[in-house]
Design a protein around this ligand. Sequence first.
Ligand code: SF4
Ligand code: SF4
Length: 322
Amino acid sequence: MTDKLKFAFYWGASCGGCDVAVLDINEKILDVAAIADIVLWPVAADGKYKDIEAMADRNIDVCFFNGGIRNSEAEHIARLLRKKSKVMVSFGACACMGGVPSLANQFSRGEIFTRAYITSQSTVNPERRLPQQKSYVPEGELEIPQFFDRVSPLDEVVPVDYYLPGCPPTPEWVLAAVQAIAKGELPPPGSVIGSEKTLCDECPRERKNERSIRKFYRPHEIIADPKQCLLEQGIICSGPATRAGCRARCIEVNMPCRGCYGPPPGVVDQGAKMLGAVASLVAANDEDEVARIIDGIKDPLGIFYQFGLAKSLLKGNIKQGG
Ligand code: SF4
Ligand code: SF4
């Protein structure tokens, strides 16, 4: 018999970076191994779904689920792990908000398949074959998971106890979560495990707090002053609409924040908050001039909702099926 905790790690629609983030805690992984057995971690070990199905309900102490819900397999396993776990942690930007994969929610399923399997520059598919949920081969019927119309955050499919945002979550916060679990000192259910401030609060750059933007630039179009606020230099930086906690790691290398830690407390829609912040810094009074400057923002949906379209008020659920 063991009195160790049981952890499960699982991935839905994600890139695998969240799984690597667990290893980023370096030698502290030994502390995790000292307090917990990992009963499922598909990216690292060959676990079987049937073993999870055979477990008693609530047998797993904590499930760390990264990635959004894009297909029927992810939905099925999310429901299964919810049933088998005492605590469900939405781990990383994609599980919390849909993440980058949910930018595809602005397109129909048909458009996504056409782009991915027919028109993309790296594809050779003269017969224009698309994946079919069921196909028949001499050996029998093959079935792949159903591809849903949109990516959903985890909490649209199952109840979530805690949110650990970030793309990926930083080792400090992963460790903070594990230590809180080990000590039984978790915050109230529904909490975000992270800072209560905005990224601008922890950013070391100087701000003038005045309307200074006459033109917007993409990061490669300008050599940014490394001491001054990027947003005030006309580079879209999502700091005002993003939860602190990463120690401004993108800003440190002179790159703007893209908002992977999600909205800070009290902000419902990260993109709308950013639009307000940007508008307040445009240095023009004339309506046409304001419109001309704002028009200079390339791909506003992709920038303001890079990590959170599925969780936004827009949801990006523009087209169905196809
Ligand atoms: S907008 Fe970006 S660069 Fe400016 S203070 Fe906030 S986090 Fe720092
Ligand atoms: S600076 Fe922004 S995009 Fe970069 S890690 Fe921090 S929250 Fe994420």
